[in-house]
Design a protein around this ligand. Structure first.
Ligand code: PBG
Length: 332
């Protein structure tokens, strides 16, 4: 017969007491995901009756403006309060002039949304890469992306988006001084009440690949490493955020999200602006692909990963999963 070991005087904590039942776990849960946290990105395309599926992003479409009202109604019905709008213009040129045209695709789309859904918070992505024929986020000279001459075009883009009715300007192009230039441009044009949601910390990431399919915005030569950040750097993120705040940013975006949770926490601990996680295209596509193969439980994985972003310090999350998440949160 085996002798039993007597555990009489063992001292240890009983953490499992607080995990005893679903209701007990709900009582002690520290992080919650709400519909109000979600921002849904949407791509506008010229033409009629278009709902072009983005191959690398199952469930994501480029939609023409005649179908946008239906799309917005669906979001409102689901309880989503905010959208981030991107344009896929019919024509591109060297200086991205469709980005700051009052009748550009994004300006038309914003006007339409605000006419029909005035309460939706419309955030305009302010960048040039979808609008330039070379696919870079700024003006090019001798193969280089010029910083200062680009600032004027960004300010013009932001002002035209605000004039169309955008509630928030979200500059994503990573030129130095872009927040200062946009803030100045908005103020001069009488839009001092419009906040800037800066892509303060934006890494040169391979996770943007599928987005570039959706927005037709791949650089035609080189890469974005002279303006987007090196994924190896953390202190640089602090410098980027600090200068954006000094220049007048109202929100700080960290992008991508999943591989940069430490940076989100740094933002939360060191600054006092709302932190926004951009759960980017590649992060979405990987989950979709695995789910379509039956390899993972999509719902559980998505909710876990978005919760991890909030736990890391994000207040808001820009995500292509927003509609699904809103549905799951309703069904809960
Ligand atoms: C525009 C822009 C990009 C994304 C958002 N705004 C692409 C890029 O910088 O190459 C990526 C979003 C995503 O991957 O979901 N500059």
């Amino acid at each position: 017969m085996k002798e039993e070991i007597v555990m009489k005087d063992l001292q240890f904590a009983r953490h499992r007491r607080l995990r005893n039942s679903a209701n007990m776990r709900a009582l002690v849960r520290e992080t919650h995901l709400h519909k109000e946290d979600l921002i849904y990105p949407i791509f506008f395309v010229e033409g009629e009756n278009k709902r072009n599926a983005v191959q690398s992003m199952p469930g994501v479409y480029q939609v023409s403006l005649d179908l946008v009202n239906d799309e917005m109604q669906e979001l409102v019905d689901l309880g989503i309060k905010s959208v981030l709008v991107f344009g896929v213009p019919a024509e591109k040129d060297e200086v991205g002039s469709q980005a700051y045209h009052d009748h550009g695709i994004v300006q038309k789309g914003i006007r339409q949304i605000k006419e029909n859904f005035p309460e939706l918070v419309v955030i305009a992505d302010t960048c040039l890469c979808q609008y330039t024929d070379h696919g870079h986020c700024g003006i090019i000279e001798e193969g280089k992306v010029l910083n200062d001459p680009t600032l004027d075009l960004l300010a013009r883009t932001a002002v035209s988006q605000a004039r169309a009715g955008a509630d928030v300007i979200a500059p994503s192009n990573m030129m130095d001084g872009f927040v200062a230039a946009i803030r100045h441009g908005l103020d001069e044009a009488g839009f001092e009440h419009i906040p800037v949601m800066s892509y303060a910390v934006k890494y040169a990431s391979a996770f943007y690949g599928p987005f570039r399919d959706a927005a037709h915005s791949s650089p035609q030569f080189g890469d974005r490493k002279t303006y987007q950040m090196d994924p190896a750097n953390r202190l640089e993120a602090m410098r980027e955020a600090a200068s954006d705040i000094e220049e007048g940013a109202d929100f700080l975006i960290v992008k991508p999200a999943l591989s940069y949770l430490d940076i989100m926490r740094d933002m939360k601990n060191n600054f006092n602006l709302p932190v926004v996680a951009y759960n980017v295209s590649g992060e979405y596509s990987m989950i979709k692909a695995a789910a379509q193969n039956g390899w993972i439980n999509e719902k559980d994985i998505v909710l876990e990963k978005l919760t991890s972003m909030k736990r890391a310090g994000a207040d808001l999350i820009i995500t292509y999963h927003a509609k699904d998440v809103a549905r799951w949160l309703t069904d809960k």
